[in-house]
Structures are given as C-alpha cells and as structure tokens.
Design a protein. Structure first.
Length: 351
C-alpha cells in the first residue's frame, strides 16, 4: 500500500512536466542552458546573462514599437487595411519590399518583431520574404561604416547584394506560391494563413479610437502580451546561443578558414557565415583585416551577406514563424544569394 501511495505523485509530476514542456519549452531550454553553464563555468554564465540582457535592451525600442503596432492594428482593425496595402501587382510589391529592406534601419534582430507583425497581419509571404532577406544585410548607418572600413565600392556592392537577394527571394516565393508549393506557410497560431487570408477576403471597418470600447481595449492588451511573450522567449534563447558561439569559437579560427583567394574561399565564406554569426558592425573590421591579408573580396562579401541573413536570431525567428519547408527555402535562398553576390563581386574586381 505504501508503495502504491508513493507512486501516485509520479504520474502527476510527469503530467505536470509535460504540460510545462508543451507550453514553456523554449523558456525551459534557455534555463537549462544557463543552469548547466553555471555548474561548469560560472564566469561564462554571468557573461552570457549580461550579453543576453544587453542584447534585449538594445532591441527594446524595436520590440516596443513593433509590439505596439501589432496590438494597435489588431485592436483597431487596421491590420485589414495594412494587409490590403501589401497586395496588388507582385512585381511592384516585391520591388518595394526589397528596396525598403535594403534601405531600412533594421538589423537582423530589430527586423524580427516587424516581420512577426507583418506575417500575423496576413501580408503576402513573397513581399515579407523580400523584405526579410534584404533587411539584415544593409542599413544607412551600416553603409557609412562599411564605406569607412572597406571602401565605397564594397558598400555599394553590399547594398546591391541586399536588394537583389530580396528580389530573388520574393520572386522565388511568389512563383512557388503560384505553383501551389507554399500553401499555408505559417505555423499554427501565426496569422491566419496564406497571402492575406480572411483579412483580405472579408475586411472589417477600422475603429481608430479603439480605447473607447472595452472589448477592443482588452484585445489590445491580449495581443500586446502574446506578441511580447512570443518574441521574448525566442530572442532570449537566440541571444544565449549567440553569446556561447562568440565565446567558444575563436576569431582566429574564422580568420584561418577564410584565408586565400579563388572560388573556394567564397563558398567557404558563405558556409562559415551561417554558424559563425558576428554582429554586422563588429564583423566589418574582421573582414577588412582579412582582405588586407589577402582574402578575396568576394569571400568577404559572401561572409557578411550569409552571416547577416542567417544570423542566429533571424534564423530562429524564421523557424518559429514558418513551417520547416519555408525555413529550408529561406536558408537555401540565403546561401545561394550570398554565394552569387560574392562570386559576382569577385569577378567585378578581377575585370
């Protein structure tokens, strides 16, 4: 009898753990990483906590703005109007999205909440992909710094690479969507499916003064809370992993791997840029030093483009928002686009 009684709590504990894992597995993974790290390397654990906190604080303005916009659009019904504004001629829509991405002041982290809001509002995936691929590669301040470190020619090449990558990604997604290959691309609970969904099929009137209606005020609060939790859990995990990568992958290793000239380093720069993410601003001096030591400029461009687009926060956000096949397409477009940009830039320098 005692044995039976003592065994009763076990199924309950198991069920509780399963519920916690199902609803909070991302937070639990982050906590487990920090606990294990603290047990074996307390100094690095503190550094990781500090890095994660600083990273979250630095992206806070983007987070707050995007969360507010998403909640406001939901509460007022303006998301119907916004989604409708992103429909129309695919060529113009994709072009504008790619240009906006290449010129917008969003880094790979800052663009995440905006992309989440766009997808949740039913913006067509082709336009979102064009903006998503172009945005992390270049922005106005990055252009100025790139010009100072690597020269105006390199800065222009990086800007063109960003816009062209967005155009390529947008058109690939659009054509695949027309062929039926990307139906229902979003994960369950993200938006309402497909290109515009019900927001475009049955738009409702916009109520700008949403705070005057208790139901809409409540909707604003619920949406803001849900978006905040969604973004925080994924960004926290991303920044923890990024901190560990920066701590345990020496810069010298990347330097040795990317040395040399020819097509080989361009391909290697593309591949290494995926896991060896560095902050876009911090990566510029490294690439400048490598080019000064004889690395092919095309390899440097491929590294910066691939590293920016497939950076850990951006890649995790893509995985969280879209289904695996769209994630695989995102990675394939990033790698092929980065390699093509590096190869073309190398050929330009050799001409």
């Amino acid at each position: 009898m005692d044995m039976t009684d003592s065994s009763l709590p076990q199924p309950r504990a198991t069920a509780l753990l399963r519920r916690l894992w199902k609803g909070h597995r991302i937070w639990m993974v982050s906590a487990m990483i920090l606990i294990v790290l603290a047990a074996f390397n307390a100094t690095q654990a503190r550094a990781t906590l500090l890095f994660t906190s600083d990273a979250l604080l630095s992206t806070a303005p983007f987070l707050l703005l995007s969360i507010g916009i998403a909640a406001w659009a939901t509460a007022t019904g303006a998301d119907n109007m916004i989604a409708r504004a992103f429909t129309g001629a695919p060529a113009l829509m994709i072009l504008l999205a790619a240009l906006a991405g290449g010129l917008s002041p969003f880094c790979s982290c800052g663009v995440i909440p905006l992309i989440a809001a766009l997808l949740a509002m039913g913006v067509p995936l082709s336009a979102v992909m064009a903006f998503w691929l172009a945005s992390p590669v270049m922005d106005p301040s990055m252009f100025i710094l790139t010009t100072g470190v690597l020269g105006l020619e390199f800065a222009i090449a990086k800007t063109l690479a960003a816009v062209c990558l967005g155009l390529m990604g947008g058109w690939v997604v659009h054509l695949m969507g027309r062929a039926g290959g990307l139906s229902d691309p979003l994960r369950d609970g993200i938006g309402n499916g497909g290109c515009g969904g019900s927001k475009l099929r049955a738009p409702k009137p916009v109520v700008w003064r949403f705070w005057s209606e208790p139901e809409r005020r409540a909707k604003f609060g619920r949406e803001a809370w849900n978006v905040t939790l969604f973004l925080l859990k994924w960004l926290t995990l991303a920044f923890i992993l990024e901190s560990l990568m920066l701590a345990f992958i020496p810069a010298e290793t990347i330097t040795q791997a990317l040395g040399g000239t020819g097509i080989g380093p361009i391909l290697l720069g593309t591949l290494v840029g995926v896991p060896a993410y560095l902050n876009g601003y911090a990566a510029l001096p490294l690439v400048g030093g490598l080019i000064g030591q004889g690395m092919a400029p095309g390899a440097g461009l491929a590294f910066l483009v691939a590293g920016g687009v497939t950076s850990l926060p951006a890649a995790i956000a893509v995985w969280a928002l879209v289904k695996p096949r769209v994630f695989a397409l995102y990675i394939a477009l990033s790698l092929s686009g980065a390699f093509a940009a590096g190869l073309l830039f190398q050929l330009w320098n050799m001409a």
